[in-house]
Design a protein around this ligand. Sequence first.
Ligand code: NAG
Ligand code: NAG
Ligand code: NAG
Length: 224
Amino acid sequence: MLGLQLILAGFQALSTLLVSNTDAGLAFYDPTKNGGFMLDNAGGGGGEPLNVIISGLSSPAVLTDAGILHYAQAIGFSFECLGFHLGAPQSANLGDGNGWVNQTIELRYDFGDDDVGTCLESLVGGNHFRVFRQNGTEANSGALFLAVSQEEDVWDGHTIIPDGYNVGRDLLVAAAVGHTSHDGVKYSTVAQNMTGLLAPGSTGLVNQGIATDGVTVLLTVTIL
Ligand SMILES: *[C@@H]1O[C@H](CO)[C@@H](O)[C@H](O)[C@H]1NC(C)=O
Ligand SMILES: *[C@@H]1O[C@H](CO)[C@@H](O)[C@H](O)[C@H]1NC(C)=O
Ligand SMILES: *[C@@H]1O[C@H](CO)[C@@H](O)[C@H](O)[C@H]1NC(C)=O
């Protein structure tokens, strides 16, 4: 009997090891507490705000590359239009010991068609976000930090619209909150506003003309 219990305990320890390769029980670490920044590096001496965080307490499958892509599709985003990538990758330092790391992926709002929708978006403007993963050994929350913004159309130089950081964030959050689904996977998403991570205003932003209200939204995404 004791033998069986030991085997069971050993099995549980092993499965814990296999399942939770991130720090348990944490939504995210504040990057600024360990040399990181709540702005990414957009080149040109400034950055864009990391204005949405997908909590490390979300269902683990959501936090993988394939998982965030699938989730993004459930809330109306898709792959970037193939062959029509306009922006250079940006990098972020999330205070996790990895230093500055390029974005994992960039997703654009899909105008209702997975194949050509994002191409249309690249032409007419719209919402997009870049994804950065907090997974260095010094702050391994597994959380995804998103730089979300709303752009003007390509004919206007693909720049962020006035108030484009707040607008882009609010549109993404509005599309995400509650129950969504894609390809048979059902999601429940809860949002929480946080202040104090990023100062309101435009200090350090790549485009000094576009201020943010300083609100960062934490999304916890659960697969139902
Ligand atoms: C990030 O992307 C840029 C542009 O593609 C590339 O030059 C740079 O080497 C990349 N940095 C890292 C750390 O991968
Ligand atoms: C951390 O995330 C980066 C970017 O998504 C990925 O390339 C890397 O393999 C991850 N590291 C670990 C240890 O999972
Ligand atoms: C969160 O902040 C945004 C932007 O300031 C605001 O529009 C929204 O009402 C807030 N939501 C909650 C639940 O406080």
